[in-house]
Design a protein around this ligand. Structure first.
Ligand code: TXA
Ligand code: MG
Length: 357
């Protein structure tokens, strides 16, 4: 299959191109497009055959459900069996935006889209290209992140091309995405809302809007074999770079001890002939001297850290590093999403620098 890459300027969106893309979606084909979080791999959410093509292109297990993207709350009723009050408040506060809400599904949504579940994940993206594409398609668009299953999510059209060239019909290149980590996912179907995946709509923001929110076990730590996380995708090793990634932290953040240990580990592995990458921040970058050193940005601006994270993991893949030692980030506000992605990429390999070390 020939994958067509088409550049789109946000300032003057060319409806001609989007009309063609929208027609392809209706025909059951696959189109990658930018959203404000990461690039999505889109197909008609109501077409079981199209959903199957998504799983094939990503190499994704078919029990891992897809998010249906709609233009706004007005498109929601046909997809869901019920709209809880909590969901209404969340939609008012955060749609369009980086928040995915889980609803009991209606019969219109095929099980191929929901990975066999009786619930459906729905999001209204804010990105103007995504919005226009959904409006022109006239159908909800199922879209997982547009990466090969297990690789870091794409934040640039080039990342999508690396993973999807020859496997999908078109890539809409809208440049770099804004946020850089996937949407927050919340399940409001039970009596207490549960956060399934942290993102740019933070736990603090959610609790300000709807009161107490519980954290799913998969957000807190590894899911052991036999346990079923609520978001099936959270059980897979995700965002994973090819190198072995290890997080080093003291009380959830960086410290002089952390820096010393990262330097010692880098020294040791380099001596053994391995290529080492270091993930650090503007505040600490000057302290490292050995290895391939990448700052994600300033700790004062977690938006920048989130924005750069996946691109740096992909860059380390290209540089073929064997080990990555990464600093960590406090688990509050956007830091919760950053730390979540890092620990998952590390397969939960975290070195806790304790007082006794
Ligand atoms: O920001 C995003 O959400 C991006 C962009 C493209 O919108 N999409 C995205 O999709 O990250 P994906 O497929 O990579 O991640 C969707 C996550 C998976 O962990 C999946 O298990 C979970 O959402 N999910 C989907 N439907 C669900 C459902 N009905 N119940 C629980 N979890 C669900
Ligand atoms: Mg994904």
């Amino acid at each position: 299959m020939n994958t067509k890459v088409v550049k789109i300027e946000r300032e003057k969106i060319n409806d001609q191109i989007l009309l063609e893309a929208a027609r392809m979606i209706r025909e059951g084909r696959l189109i990658a497009f930018p959203t404000e979080t990461v690039y999505g791999l889109g197909a008609n959410a109501l077409d079981p055959e199209a959903a199957k093509k998504i799983y094939a292109a990503k190499g994704r297990p078919s029990d891992n459900p897809l998010i249906a993207h709609i233009a706004g709350p007005e498109d929601l009723p046909p997809l869901v069996a019920k709209i809880p009050d909590t969901a209404k408040r969340l939609m008012d506060a955060f749609w369009p935006g980086p928040l995915t809400i889980i609803f009991p599904k209606s019969n219109n949504v095929p099980y191929e889209t929901t990975g066999g579940l009786d619930t459906v994940a729905v999001r209204s993206p804010k990105d103007c290209i995504a919005q226009r594409l959904i409006q022109l398609a006239g159908v909800p668009i199922a879209a997982p992140s547009a990466n090969t299953s297990g690789r870091p999510s794409p934040t640039l059209a080039e990342h999508v091309y690396q993973d999807m060239n020859g496997k999908i019909d078109m890539i809409l290149d809208g440049g770099a995405v804004g946020i850089g980590v996937e949407s927050t996912i919340i399940d409001v179907s039970g009596s207490v809302p549960i956060l399934l995946r942290p993102g740019a709509v933070t736990l603090e923001m959610l609790e300000e809007t709807i009161g107490d929110v519980e954290l799913d076990q998969a957000v807190l730590g590894p899911v052991s074999q036999g346990q079923k996380p609520k978001a099936p995708g959270m059980k897979y090793r995700h965002y994973a770079p090819r190198a072995e990634l290890i997080l080093v932290e003291e009380e959830g953040t960086v410290s002089d001890k952390v820096i010393t240990i990262i330097k010692e580990l880098t020294e040791e592995k380099s001596r053994q002939g391995a290529k080492v990458g270091i993930i650090c921040t503007d505040e600490t970058v000057s302290q490292y001297t050995q290895g391939v050193i990448r700052s994600l940005g300033s700790r004062m601006r977690e938006e920048t850290i989130a924005h750069n994270l996946f691109a740096v993991l992909r860059e380390f893949d290209e540089l073929e590093v064997d080990y990555i030692f990464s600093e960590s980030f406090p688990e509050s506000h956007l830091g919760q999403a950053i730390r979540n992605r890092l620990t998952k990429a590390a397969g939960y390999h975290v070195i806790e620098v304790g007082e006794n070390k």
